[in-house]
Design a protein around this ligand. Structure first.
Ligand SMILES: Nc1nc2c(ncn2[C@@H]2O[C@H](COP(=O)(O)OP(=O)(O)OP(=O)(O)O)[C@@H](O)[C@H]2O)c(=O)[nH]1
Ligand SMILES: [Mg+2]
Ligand SMILES: [Zn+2]
Length: 312
């Protein structure tokens, strides 16, 4: 493919939105530059640091030529079982849950495990706190997460509830908002980043077709400090899995009990002398969390069998 003549030296920038072969790059002067990816092999996600050049002619104002190494990455398995980056250079994952849509805590556990494996801080936002929470299962799951040491923050677009606590958590971090579609991630962005609606329009004009649901990730500067990435809601999410023996690292209560197991390579199913099973019997850990762990363990074992050359 022939390109128009390019002008000027390579510059640095940060990807603040990306959709297919198009991306918006924030340059060093704080200008948002619409860019295209150069070359088929290049792929970028929100948060990526890139090199880019000015492009002459029609279309995008710049061309991204290189993605710089990522300090961290949040990734997922796509329907073909391939690893796909979701966002890069993050320091924190913020899992948003709400009374409506009905919460999926397995999903929440998988996001938290992904954060543990990727070395990200994690917290939970209990959003739409203005709605009644009739079932009580939400409250007990939130208590469970708090017991594990995950900060649980309340928030609502209708009230000042929790805003100060949330802005304090976001300051100095690059955070991604994740969770089911409709839990209110974009509404939280609008609350935390004044005047943002305009930018949502510009970035997703071509792809949104009048729907309000977020279809591309975007990175925003929070005025009180920190960067915040809004990501499209999901129905399901599975992170790329580590080897079965490393899986417990995604579940902090299981990882902290594991040294007490009789066998060093205990997978905490039904092995004799398993400290995790004992803790379950004593009511010290949650059956629901253990089931989440075992579901991922099943998957990791299946994948390890399919790829026998990978060390287990
Ligand atoms: N009652 C109540 N409704 C809310 C609150 N926050 C958001 N909503 C409503 O929930 C719906 C979804 O909000 P969004 O902010 O678009 O949710 P989202 O998580 O960004 O959804 P996706 O982009 O599809 O992932 C909208 O109808 C909002 O008005 C809240 O705090 N309280
Ligand atoms: Mg949204
Ligand atoms: Zn064990």
């Amino acid at each position: 493919m022939k390109h128009e003549a390019d002008a000027g030296p390579a510059r640095h920038g940060r990807v603040i939105a990306s959709h297919g072969r198009d991306a918006v790059v924030l340059d060093d002067a704080g200008q948002a530059v619409p860019c295209r990816l150069q070359g088929r092999r290049l792929a970028v996600v929100c948060g990526d640091r890139v090199r880019w050049i000015r492009a002459r002619g029609e279309g995008a104002a710049g061309r991204i030529t290189e993605v710089l190494p990522r300090a961290t990455v949040l990734a997922r398995l796509n329907l073909q079982g391939e690893t796909e980056a979701v966002a890069a250079n993050l320091t924190q994952l913020v899992c948003v849950v709400a009374p409506l849509p009905a919460p999926d805590f397995g999903l929440c556990d998988r996001y938290l495990a992904a954060a543990e494996w990727a070395g990200l801080k994690a917290c939970i936002v209990a959003n739409k706190s203005d709605l009644p929470n009739e079932s009580g299962t939400l409250a007990s799951a939130l208590q469970e997460y708090a017991r594990l040491g995950y900060p649980v923050l309340r928030a609502s677009k209708r009230a000042a509830d929790g805003v100060a606590e949330l802005t304090a958590r976001l300051a100095g971090e690059t955070s991604v908002l994740v969770g089911q579609s409709g839990v209110g991630k974009s509404s939280l962005i609008n609350r935390l980043v004044p005047g943002v609606e305009a930018r949502v329009d510009v970035v997703s004009r071509a792809s949104e077709m009048g729907r309000h649901t977020t279809s591309t990730s975007s990175l925003y500067q929070v005025p009180t400090g920190g960067e915040l990435i809004d990501s499209p809601g999901v129905r399901d999410f599975s992170p790329p899995l580590p080897a079965p023996r490393d899986l417990a690292g995604g579940f902090r209560e299981i990882a902290s009990l594991a040294p007490g197991c009789r066998f060093q390579d205990c997978r905490h199913r039904r092995e004799p002398g398993c400290a995790v099973a004992a803790a379950l019997g004593d009511g010290c850990i949650s059956a629901r969390r253990l089931a989440s762990y075992q579901r991922l363990l099943d998957l990791a074992e299946k994948m390890a069998q399919r790829a026998p050359r990978i060390r287990r």
